[in-house]
Design a binder for this molecule. Structure first.
Ligand SMILES: [Zn+2]
Length: 330
């Protein structure tokens, strides 16, 4: 979670790298946007307060993208009623969705917020928001497009590759990945607990559910990352973690995903001496793991398992995956 100190750090030491870059000539922006949208986003305009009172208090679950380029910016769950007259948020969806600029216009010293993909002016951020972030992203309503359904903006993939503390720590660093949930899938009992899983008798694998932006990264690339960030050639174990719960598996929800998974396995098989044993299975049910498993690596970084098992993996893969990673300094 970003706080004011992180924003000051970005201003002093440089902004996070964008998930991708969209460039367009001023002429093309003029064609694509209404005059008002163009004025606010490309000419750093500010809409009058209360221009869209209904938007300020719309808390129906949904997502907000950039009106210029479609970059995913905010989630309603981080929105609150600041009573300022502009839609207000406490966090962007991912740290590198927006960038920050010093703004000394109008005799004030403020921090301007721009879309990190296309440079659209979105609004400003202030350190007077509610806890825990203490941030208020004060946005021009016209710079945002609201989507009630996340269907066209986000997709999910479920992978098993051994201990989910490790796989979560690795996938979190990948550009276009918005959220990781550790959980269980592929077995035959309902709502299993971690204790049930540890018996190795449930048929479930320890998995992660990866929520990602298909605009930034595709399923096939995620599968390739998965296959190269654990050992897909060892049947029912990863290192010292033994049992069917640690099996290597890719779950698919469509035939297209199934094909992509099989093609990626064919392609990656060349880099391993032994055959790939990764299962490719239809996803029936994903059961989220107990809350204490989320961000396990980050929260238990000094524990022996994290120090000696998770950390070396993360360091190794960080090197190999550097071109796909978020460079967010955080
Ligand atoms: Zn944009």
């Amino acid at each position: 979670m970003l706080t004011w100190n992180d924003i000051l750090d970005y201003l002093a030491n440089g902004n996070p790298d964008p998930p991708k870059v969209v460039e367009c000539s001023e002429e093309d922006w003029k064609k694509r946007l209404t005059p008002e949208q163009y004025h606010i986003t490309r000419e750093r305009g500010t809409e009058a307060p209360d221009s869209s009172p209904e938007n300020c208090v719309n808390f129906t679950p949904g997502l907000y993208t950039c009106v210029c380029c479609g970059n995913l910016l905010f989630d309603t769950k981080n929105k609150y009623n600041s009573r300022s007259g502009w839609p207000s948020f406490t966090q962007p969806v991912v740290n590198n969705a927006v960038r920050y600029m010093e703004d000394k216009t109008h005799g004030m010293k403020r921090v301007e917020v721009e879309c990190n993909v296309c440079g659209a002016h979105l609004g400003h951020v202030f350190p007077d928001g509610p806890e825990p972030s203490g941030l208020r992203y004060c946005m021009n309503s016209i710079a945002l497009v609201w989507h009630e359904s996340s269907k066209d903006i986000l997709a999910t993939a479920v992978f098993g590759g051994g201990c989910f503390w490790c796989t979560e720590a690795i996938f979190k660093t990948i550009n276009g990945v918005v959220k990781i949930e550790p959980g269980y899938a592929g077995g035959n009992i309902h709502n299993p607990s971690y204790k049930d899983i540890c018996t190795g008798q449930t048929g479930h694998a320890e998995v992660i559910k990866v929520t990602y932006e298909p605009q930034v990264i595709d399923f096939a690339t995620l599968v390739r990352i998965h296959l190269t960030t654990h050992d897909p050639t060892t049947l029912n174990y990863q290192g010292n973690d033994k049992g069917t719960q640690y099996r290597s598996v890719i779950f698919y929800e469509t035939d297209k995903e199934k094909m992509a998974a099989l093609e990626a396995i064919d392609e990656i098989a060349r880099i391993y001496d032994n055959p790939i044993v990764t299962e490719v299975k239809p996803l029936k049910e994903f059961y989220p793991a107990e809350d204490y498993h989320s961000n396990y690596y980050e929260r238990h970084i000094d524990e022996p398992y994290c120090k000696f098992v998770v950390e070396p993996k993360v360091v190794k893969y960080k090197k190999e995956l550097s071109s796909l990673q978020k460079n967010v300094h955080k």
